[in-house]
Design a protein around this ligand. Structure first.
Ligand code: ADP
Ligand code: MG
Length: 551
């Protein structure tokens, strides 16, 4: 048996680890299962290139609770370690890593954001355990090793008689951390962090109902059997090739990601890039509710199928945080603050790649199935309009598919719109005037009047559209927007002198007087029977600039 001192200059590192990571104790399980997964994948690689005599088989990872013994076991059938490897990888490397961490982040305790997702690897187990054992058998012929450490820099390492290849980590859960001995808590963590990890993870067993044997009677109970309860899906849709997936596969995966979402997603976007960074993922356009604050189910960030966070702020452009789905990239640095993240060149590239993919996908849906795209416009316009306002690149791309609906339910692209109105809606300054209504009912009379003139009237009623109009006015040449009840429209509408008056002169005078009393003339203009439509005896207009000043 070897006794020794772990090579570490900071006496007793564990109180520090515990203190630093206090808010995120639960990540220990993610770290240990990541290690078990790595060990299994390493073995897979070695066996596939003939560098291990071991049989790969169908390895799994098992998590077991021993409530009476106050222990948690994480068992894998991976590559294992020899005693020398334990010395090297556990005693030296990990501790030097921890030391480096402490050096680098001595002051980091203040900025909890940095620590949140800093994986301390194997040693994070000491956040919840006061003693940790490793029992491990290498895939080589070397004897098995048993390492024990009670949280001080001292450890013991001795030979043991484990027969099966792989590693078992035993955590002696410390006082105050007993929650990690509860089945429900561990299951919750496994589902949160490991739901899509690539090696099957067993947590207990479950009863499966089998089909009744032939000739069974009606009320014979169906036979059952106990099977491993595998908590993860090792092959989630985003790891597959888009060509291998059907529309239904995407929908099913959405359901898997968000079991509580009953609405179907509108579109999905499969992300898949190898260069200059690695990124895979699937994004979904959900059906938007009016309340943008309600957004529990967010995009989840993974690294090699390990859940990292569902806060992707700084990684995807803000307007896309309204989407749902998964992005998986090992090239996003995690041990840094958000502001550093935004300055990282990979992250910048990733962000613009995602923006471009989303725009390309929208464009192809628009081109391939315009009818469907129009139907969904109301549900997706918030994202698109917001994107056009906030990301110049997206604005340029969206020009091809952003839609401008008319009050009659027709949809124009910007180009189609200007083609349609060019000939008939140009003012004296030779500017095309795009007429719009913001409320079909309130502005009904004005809409009717414009339609009688054969003008197109858009229905622009989304909360950000007024900002978008300003953006369009400054970035497109020779156009301006005017609300259908603005006086601007008179520059286009030539009054039709042949309209026969239905009001007598006396009625007109009375009406005029009455209107002068109720309508402040410094703000509005009143015209009696100014419109072609027979519906209105008078109209009230307001200069466009005045209306905008109010907003
Ligand atoms: P990292 O995973 O970032 O390398 P860790 O502290 O998590 O750092 O682990 C340190 C090393 O210990 C690993 O790189 C690996 O060599 C070894 N190790 C940890 N857990 C296992 C395991 N279950 N099976 C085999 N080797 C392991
Ligand atoms: Mg690790």
């Amino acid at each position: 048996m070897t006794k020794g001192n772990i090579n570490v200059s900071v006496e007793n590192i564990f109180p520090l680890i515990k203190k630093f990571l206090y808010s995120d104790h639960e990540i220990f399980l993610r770290e240990l299962i990541s290690n078990a997964t790595d060990a299994t994948l390493k073995l897979k690689h070695l066996t596939s290139i003939g560098e291990s005599k071991s049989e790969y088989g169908e390895p799994k990872i098992e998590v077991k609770i021993d409530k009476d013994g106050k222990k948690l076991h994480i068992i894998d059938q991976g590559i294992g370690m020899t005693a020398e490897e334990v010395e090297k990888y556990i005693n030296q490397i990990a501790f030097s890593g921890a030391e480096e961490f402490l050096d680098k982040y001595k002051d980091a305790g203040k900025d909890a954001g940095i620590i949140g997702h800093f994986g301390l690897g194997f040693y994070s187990s000491f956040m919840v355990a006061d003693k940790v054992e490793i029992i491990t058998k290498s895939h080589t012929d070397a004897p098995a090793a048993h390492w024990t450490c009670d949280g001080s820099p001292e450890f013991t390492l001795e030979e043991t008689d484990k027969k099966d290849r792989g590693t078992e980590i035993i955590l002696h859960i410390s006082e105050g951390e007993e929650a990690f001995l509860e089945e429900s808590r561990i299951r919750e963590l496994l589902v949160k962090y490991n739901k899509f990890m690539p090696i099957p993870i067993k947590f207990g067993t479950k009863t499966e109902t089998l089909p009744k044997p032939e000739g069974a009677k009606e009320d014979d109970p169906a036979p059952t059997q106990e099977v491993d309860d595998i908590i993860n899906n090792p092959n989630p849709a985003w790891t597959k090739q888009p060509t291998d997936l059907e529309e239904d596969d995407y929908k099913n995966f959405y359901r898997e990601l968000y079991p509580m979402q009953f609405e179907e997603p509108l579109f999905n976007i499969h992300l898949n890039v190898d260069y200059p960074f690695h990124l895979t993922g699937i994004l979904y356009f959900p059906k938007m509710t009016n309340d943008l604050n309600i957004q529990k189910d967010r995009i989840q960030l993974y690294q090699n199928q390990v859940f990292v966070t569902d806060n992707v702020e700084g990684i995807v452009p803000e307007f896309l945080t309204m989407l749902r789905g998964v992005i998986d990239s090992p090239d996003i640095p995690l041990n840094v603050s958000r502001s550093y993240l935004q300055a990282d060149s990979n992250v910048k590239k990733i962000s613009s790649y995602i923006t471009r993919k989303v725009a390309d996908k929208l464009k192809s849906i628009f081109n391939n199935n315009r009818e469907d795209f129009e139907k969904k416009w109301d549900d997706i316009k918030i994202v698109i309009e917001y994107g056009m306002l906030s990301e110049e690149k997206f604005f340029e791309k969206a020009d091809a598919f952003a839609l401008y609906p008319t009050v009659d339910g027709k949809f124009y692209t910007f180009e189609e719109l200007t083609n349609a109105i060019k000939a008939k809606q140009t003012d004296k300054d030779d500017k095309m005037v795009i007429l719009y209504a913001s409320n079909k009912d309130e502005q009904h009379a004005y809409i009717q009047a414009a339609k009688d003139k054969d003008y197109e009237v858009l229905l622009l009623d989304s909360p950000i559209v007024s900002h978008l109009m300003q953006k369009l006015e400054t970035s497109k040449e020779n156009i301006s927007f005017a609300r259908v009840d603005a006086d601007h429209i008179d520059n286009l509408i030539k009054k039709d002198d042949t309209t026969i008056s239905k009001l007598s002169e006396d009625e007109k005078t009375k009406l005029d007087e009455l209107l002068k009393e109720v309508v402040p003339s410094e703000k509005f203009m009143v015209q009696l029977e100014a419109m072609d439509s027979n519906a209105s005896p008078f109209i009230i207009t307001q200069p466009e600039f005045m209306r905008r000043m109010k907003e």
